[in-house]
Design a protein around this ligand. Structure first.
Ligand code: PLP
Length: 379
């Protein structure tokens, strides 16, 4: 079996599963408890926060642990919208965001906020000029993802953040960093980012844990009311075993960035060259996309049929993205990039992992070619 669905989730590092088992089994105290067991958990939690902060080059008190990036994105957007309601009720995002951002904005629209969904170009990008042109007196927040989960498009978030800081410093800037971290370099501090979301399971950590960077001095209205953990922003007993394991994965993701980027770029180029040689397939990912994602369409063919033929041959891929793959409508992301409904309904996403080799890519390309021939015969 060859797993090519790392943008959906990644296999955890062995160190991660061991850490979860060890901390869960031995250090089960509540980090808020005052006795020794609680103190030990509290120390593990503080250490994990320091490790994450060092990997992101921010301060430990700027890190809020959550149950994943869906929660981080919801907290950033709704928390800022509610906290800064006196500044206005306008938000800016793009047409190609992850559902956890897109649907948060839709919910706020139903409650009376106005949202500008910026259109993207044929590569799926927005520009800093477009963002600045959409800013109004009453704009509270701009939310733009670093790397698109379906196509691998890299948004110019650094330019956008810097432009906002220079020309609209009152407007907060949130970046969903889930698909970019550990694959595409980005400096939170130098990019004028106020809020930044990450998920552990996309970087070989456990599922159900993530973080939100909240720039020092910034306030957010919490989504959850309760015991006031995580600086009052995220009530609920912290998941210490997962957080400690997440910190390990985050450090490894940061440390291995350059090597991973070089390796993935080589594999991606090989993959793209091979896909271009199959005339029935058309590539949707931009040339300068993230090094671990390649998306293509087979117009007129059902993506699921393609996926299951590949699965029979031992290759696990994805239709668009894991969270939207069970929906039958065409991809909102591809439609926004100007693709036809046919193209937008037949997308297959290949996403690379650290274990892959040139040989694996060649095997996948053979399987793609076979699958195309088989689908043609079934037509
Ligand atoms: N943002 C992006 C870009 C993603 O790809 C995902 C996961 O699919 C998420 C947010 C949500 O992350 P989580 O699964 O941790 O809720």
């Amino acid at each position: 079996m060859l797993y090519f669905d790392h943008a959906a989730t990644t296999p955890p590092y062995e160190e991660v599963t061991q850490t979860v088992a060890e901390v869960m089994g031995r250090h089960y105290g509540n980090p808020s408890s005052l006795h020794q067991l609680g103190e030990t958990s509290g120390k593990l939690l503080s250490k994990a926060r320091e490790v994450c902060a060092a990997a992101l080059q921010v301060k430990p008190r700027e890190i809020i642990f959550t149950a994943g990036a869906t929660e981080s994105n919801n907290t950033a957007i709704k928390g800022a919208a509610v906290q800064y309601i006196s500044r206005g009720k306008h938000l800016i995002t793009t047409q190609t965001e992850h559902p956890s951002v897109f649907e948060s904005c839709k919910q706020l629209e139903e409650l009376g906020w106005e949202v500008t969904y910026l259109p993207v170009d044929e590569d799926g990008k927005v520009s800093a000029q477009q963002v600045l042109a959409a800013v109004r007196q009453e704009t509270v927040l701009v939310s733009i993802m670093h790397v698109n989960n379906e196509t691998g498009t890299i948004q110019p978030v650094s330019e956008i953040g810097q432009a906002l800081k220079e020309q609209a410093p009152r407007v907060l800037f949130h970046v969903d960093g889930v698909q970019g971290f550990g694959k595409v370099p980005l400096s939170i501090k130098e990019s004028g980012i106020d809020l930044y979301s990450l998920s552990a399971h996309k970087i070989r950590g456990p599922k159900g844990v993530g973080l939100l960077f909240v720039r020092e001095g910034l306030k957010l209205a919490p989504l959850l009311a309760g015991g006031g953990q995580e600086g009052g922003l995220r009530s609920g007993t912290e998941n210490v075993p997962y957080i400690v394991a997440f910190a390990k994965a985050l450090r490894m993701a940061r440390e291995g960035l350059d090597a991973r980027r070089t390796k993935f770029s080589g594999l991606r180029e090989r993959l793209i060259r091979g896909i271009i040689a199959i005339p029935e397939l058309s590539i949707n990912s931009p040339v300068d996309g993230a090094p671990h994602i390649v998306q293509f369409s087979y117009p007129g063919m059902k993506a699921e049929a393609f996926l299951h033929i590949l699965e029979e041959k031992g290759f696990f891929v994805s239709t668009r993205s894991a969270c939207s793959s069970k929906r039958s409508e065409p991809s909102r992301v591809l439609l926004a990039m100007g693709k036809s409904r046919d193209e937008a309904s037949s997308g297959i996403r290949i996403s690379l992992g650290e274990e892959h080799t040139d040989k694996d890519i060649d095997a996948l390309l053979n399987a793609l070619d076979d699958a195309v021939r088989r689908l043609q015969r079934l037509r």
